[in-house]
Design a protein around this ligand. Structure first.
Ligand code: SF4
Ligand code: SF4
Length: 501
């Protein structure tokens, strides 16, 4: 390969002689290369069809999900996926996450990160090539270009053509479509944060919260600019992931690779027909470059601009078929297999590339976290109790010398029906409990109360202990008085004379 550096950097100048002493330092003439417009050509093939499938699935999920309904009863919203910031809940079909259960969301984010490591170490930048939002929306906009302006050659001609009524009309039409798609994209995002039908009605009647309009405006603008105009520049200059993934790839990772030992030296069909021994399989037709959505030439070796979308494989396979040569001049291959193949050996089967210690370790960690989360989700209690003791004063002495402590209990009922619950004391011999909704004379070792559906109820609570009780640790125990019999326990300290809390 001509450029073996995975970042596509040219290191050859490092050995250049230093400038003569006293000479002014060399100042780079340009810090930023002017963008050359990329006009990818239409291509069909297995990878392109897979890309279509991924695009339809990911966009379908994004736009449709907020409109899926999910009946949770009268006390909860009926939107299947909802980040309910106002009530601090996250709903995902049958799962409801409360703020104190944020570790589930953190676990999912960690799984997403490790999943990305797993995919990258196995099949290179497949995330970049198929499912990254920047890739998906750039692909959508490139299809709009094709629909409005025609395929590659027509678009290149139109680009070079002077501005006139026809070009202005085409551009205006195309950018309007960009704007509609961008607006729809921003609009879909806010639907995840409120009831979608209600928010849509409020949005169009001017009654939605200002943050909804601001969010849509920002996302419309970013989609329009990043997907419609900046495109591959985001991947090459702005996104950190290509830099990180360079550290994650190894010689066993699958990459889109041009097999230079087979393709070089390049020569047209005519030339190679005359001198078959002097030429490789590459007929220098440039089809692989023409279809590339980032406009690079994969024959120059692995480079940061390659998002491994594999469209150049489709293009080259088609060319190879037309000229009667075996497919795979450009193909997914590991650096290790390239070395073997170049030496005339058979490359390893793909399953050996995918199932290797590194990917298995990533997969085990990923699956372990997933199983742990599922177990925690399946066994979590739908009740919860937190206790905050009064600090000032930590206790009061009643007329008979009994110390009394005050607490604020927070009782959570995470079911969407109201429940009878019992709060009792564990430890603290002789202690009794009551709350500010009941008479002091009804104080006992436990008290029962009703907690509303899907709510957290704050309860001002008092605990009284016999005279002479020493400071000590005890616990409040919350138990649901229903078939589930769920319980939660929270330890705290009873303050009394003899020790400051
Ligand atoms: S498509 Fe294949 S044959 Fe044509 S230039 Fe690219 S590598 Fe060579
Ligand atoms: S070089 Fe090939 S795999 Fe890489 S971005 Fe271009 S078309 Fe996709």
């Amino acid at each position: 390969m001509n450029n073996p550096d995975p970042l596509g950097l040219d290191w050859t100048n490092l050995s250049a002689p230093p400038p003569p002493e006293g000479a002014p330092p060399e100042v780079p003439q340009k810090f930023f290369e002017k963008r050359k417009a990329v006009h990818p050509q239409r291509i069909d093939g297995p990878f392109r069809r897979f890309k279509w499938l991924v695009m339809l699935v990911t966009l379908g999920i994004y736009y449709v999900t907020p409109w899926i309904r999910w009946d949770r009863g009268p006390y909860a919203p009926d939107q299947a996926v909802l980040v309910d910031l106002a009530h601090r809940r996250f709903y995902m079909f049958g799962i409801e996450i409360w703020p104190h259960e944020f570790y589930f969301v953190a676990g999912l984010l960690i799984m997403a990160g490790i999943g990305l490591f797993l995919v990258t170490s196995a099949v290179g930048r497949a995330w970049c090539g198929y499912s990254c939002p920047q890739t998906v929306w750039t692909d959508v906009f490139q299809h709009v270009d094709r629909f409005v302006d025609g395929d590659r050659n027509a678009r290149m001609r139109l680009d070079k053509a002077p501005w006139g009524p026809s070009k202005i009309a085409r551009r205006a039409f195309k950018w309007t479509i960009y704007l509609v798609i961008s607006f729809w994209t921003g609009g879909a995002w806010i639907m995840y944060f409120a009831d979608a039908p209600t928010l849509t009605a409020d949005f169009w009647t001017g009654q939605a919260a200002p943050v909804a309009y601001i969010t849509v405006a920002i996302l419309t603008a970013t989609t329009f600019v990043l997907g419609g105009f900046m495109r591959e520049q985001v991947c090459i200059y702005m996104c950190p992931w290509p830099r990180i993934q360079a550290a994650m790839l190894d010689e066993k990772s699958l990459l889109v690779t041009y097999k230079d030992w087979r393709g070089e030296p390049r020569g047209s069909v005519k030339k190679s027909a005359k001198n078959p021994d002097n030429f490789g399989d590459c007929i220098d037709c440039n089809q692989c470059v023409a279809v590339c959505p980032t406009g690079i030439d994969i024959r120059e070796g692995p480079q940061i601009g390659c998002i491994t979308c594999a469209l150049c494989i489709d293009a080259c396979d088609r060319v190879m078929k037309e000229v009667g040569r075996p497919r795979g001049l450009i193909d997914y291959a590991t650096l290790e297999d390239c070395t073997r193949e170049a030496a005339g050996e058979t490359p390893r089967p793909v399953w050996q590339t995918l199932l290797r210690p590194r990917t298995l370790v990533y997969f085990s960690i990923w699956a372990g976290i997933g199983l742990g989360l599922m177990f925690a989700l399946g066994t979590r209690s739908r009740t919860d109790l937190t206790v905050a003791a009064d600090r000032n004063p930590p206790f009061m002495l009643m007329s008979d010398g009994s110390p009394r402590n005050a607490f604020t209990l927070k009782l959570r009922n995470m079911q969407n029906r109201q429940r009878r619950m019992e709060v009792s004391l564990s430890g603290l011999p002789g202690g009794v409990v009551w709350n500010d909704r009941m008479a002091r004379t009804d104080a006992a070792r436990s008290m029962t109360l009703t907690v509303a559906a899907d709510s957290t109820q704050a309860l001002r609570t008092y605990v009284l202990a016999p005279p002479g009780t020493a400071p000590q640790v005890f616990a409040f125990v919350l138990r649901s008085l229903d078939a589930e019999g769920e319980s939660a326990r929270s330890e705290t300290r009873f303050a009394a004379p003899g020790e400051a809390r």
